[in-house]
Design a protein around this ligand. Sequence first.
Ligand SMILES: [Zn+2]
Length: 308
Amino acid sequence: MIYTFGIDIGGTNIKIGLFEIYDFKLVEKVEISTPREHQMYSIFDEISKKIENMMHKHGFSYNDIHGVGFAIPCPVKDGYVETCPNLSWSKIDVVRKAKSFLPDHIKVVVSNDANIAAYGENYSLDTPFQNAIFYTLGTGVGGGIIVNGQIVEGRTGSGGEIGHMQVFEGTDICGCGKTGCLEQVCGTKAILNYATELSHKYSSNIDFSNLTVKSVFDAAQNDDIIGQLVLNRVAKYIALSTSILAVSLDPDIIIIGGGVARAGEILIKNIEKYFKHYARFGTIDIPFVLAKTGNDAGIIGAARYTLQ
Ligand SMILES: [Zn+2]
């Protein structure tokens, strides 16, 4: 059997997925804490040890490994990271680092985590598409763009940073240093703040002492006025941003994922409603679907990316 690894490096945890490539079955998934000190070296040392452990446990050797794919929480261009605040990495060639502890025949691929998730989500659909746009809605709003089956990293690795598309005239400063970003209306914090703001104006069945995105969207499902106003605002801005991407890229599909997307079909239906309003030409018929792979999007995408 031939295996491939998908590794999702986050600021808190590193997830390592071992896949058997013939039917792309997950053999084992392990999660370790991201080492805090000397991250330029320690992260690779830990990963190298884990890969060896897993090989030993499942009784195979480096000869049986096709590839190792990495998802990294910062812009990546051709395997190179200029700076990664989440990991205290700077000017690091991730492909070269990984190749220093892996035999030559093993294929190493690296990209930004949201781009990798886009790749994995597209491949997890019944029929993968050549052109897809993926949104991940959570604390941050990110995404990835697939064109002709390839991840679009762009000139500097910032391709797919769709959470920082300007969609309104704002004054609050976003994490990126600018104003009016999609993340500032569709990220978790924005959703909770808007619900709280509305609670001074409307009565509602939402329990504001234990406010979560889920409780707000559940309320929307039950015709709660605040729940519906929040849902409509999120759906409207996502639709506005997707309509801009749609006339730029005319994708086959738009995939919505991330924690906020657990709201499910009610979110998709509302996005579609607003999208029909904003969309032009034939883009009006582009389908929206919910992402499938959830928390494993990074390892699945990274492993899949080694098979391209
Ligand atoms: Zn921003």
